[in-house]
Design a protein around this ligand. Structure first.
Ligand SMILES: Cc1cc2nc3c(=O)[nH]c(=O)nc-3n(C[C@H](O)[C@H](O)[C@H](O)COP(=O)(O)O)c2cc1C
Length: 308
């Protein structure tokens, strides 16, 4: 029988599957449900310093293939998630996701969590596409470098990761990799956030399926799997010493297998969990096991990064 055990830095995970930030991670009852699932770990909603209500509703839409969202970071504020992680029983690590919508507020968050030894490997979201009038930080290379040097490095001294948006040109992956290499506390990258500012139209209403930003929202689900795989592959090749977390378009064990084949350490699932619920985690893990058994792989390391 093959093993799905995954090592991520100092953590040993019993399988490589997690929710993605923003899905089953906003309220403590959702996090409790995640804790009880078969997942190897879990991630909170991206937190800001204070709570936020988010964008006008409807801000989320899905069909059987994709989701479009412009949630606008509704969350309960950093203390809510930090306290939840502090009180979590042993057995499943929970990664704190932090959104940067304001450098000064993020500096306050980082100073606060720097002292807390139960916060390990926060995921800093530098890629939210749904804040009106605000560019995704990871597309602004000067702004990103400024943020990492003057906000992250000055206020946080432990290892952390970045949640990145999709990049569509290898030159941009090189540029971002150069920036990341000069910040050694970055130990993982989560690729990818939703594909920003897409427009999905309902022909009956002749309008978009969501309201904020004139209907523009982040795309998740099936269509973005090849984009996510390309980003995981390119970043892993460019930065082999860093863990790449695969996120985007996963609905089956086959999809997880592909993410790990191109180098992902573990994976996160958003749209599919929203649509099908948390029971699908166990099914996806079983599908992954069955592919590995068929191919004669005993561990994830037998094929991780072995894309031919
Ligand atoms: C409803 C919803 C809320 C999200 N909120 C966040 C968030 O707070 N922080 C974040 O980094 N990504 C957020 N995302 C993006 C997901 O974490 C994920 O990167 C994206 O949906 C792609 O994965 P998928 O194809 O499995 O959905 C959100 C996605 C959805 C659908």
């Amino acid at each position: 029988m093959c093993s799905l055990v995954t090592r991520f830095r100092s953590l040993i995970l019993h399988n490589p599957i997690s929710n993605a930030a923003g899905v089953f991670g906003t309220h403590t009852d959702e996090l409790d449900q995640m804790f009880r699932t078969h997942s190897g770990l879990m991630v909170t909603k991206s937190a800001t310093l204070g709570s936020r209500v988010g964008n006008k509703w409807p801000a989320y839409w899905e069909n059987s293939q994709i989701s479009v969202n412009s949630m606008g970071l509704p969350n309960n504020g950093i203390e809510y998630y930090v306290d939840y992680i502090r009180d979590l029983p042993e057995g499943k690590p929970c990664i704190l996701s932090i959104a940067n919508i304001d450098n000064e507020q993020t500096a306050d968050i980082l100073q606060y969590i720097n002292e807390l030894d139960y916060i390990k490997y926060p995921e800093i979201n530098v890629s939210c596409p749904n804040i009106e009038g605000k560019e995704q930080l990871a597309y602004d290379y000067e702004g990103l470098e400024y943020f990492l040097t003057n906000i992250l490095d000055k206020n946080y001294t432990k290892p952390y990761g970045l949640k990145l948006p999709p990049y569509f040109d290898p030159v941009h992956i090189d540029l971002v990799s150069d920036i990341i290499e000069s910040h050694p506390n970055i130990v993982f990258l989560t690729c990818i956030n939703s594909v920003g500012n897409v427009l999905h139209i309902d022909i009956d209403t002749e309008s978009s399926v969501i309201i904020p930003k004139s209907g523009l929202g982040g795309l998740g689900g099936d269509y973005i799997l090849p984009i996510a795989l390309s980003n995981v592959y390119q970043f892993k090749k460019r930065l082999p010493h860093i863990d790449i977390i695969g996120c985007g378009g996963i609905r089956s064990g086959e999809d997880v297998f592909k993410h790990i084949l191109v180098g992902a350490t573990f994976v996160q699932i958003g749209t599919h969990l929203n649509r099908k619920g948390l029971g699908s985690i166990e099914r996806i893990a079983e599908e992954l096991r069955s592919i590995m058994n068929k191919k004669g792989y005993q561990t994830l390391d037998d094929f991780r990064g072995h894309y031919k």
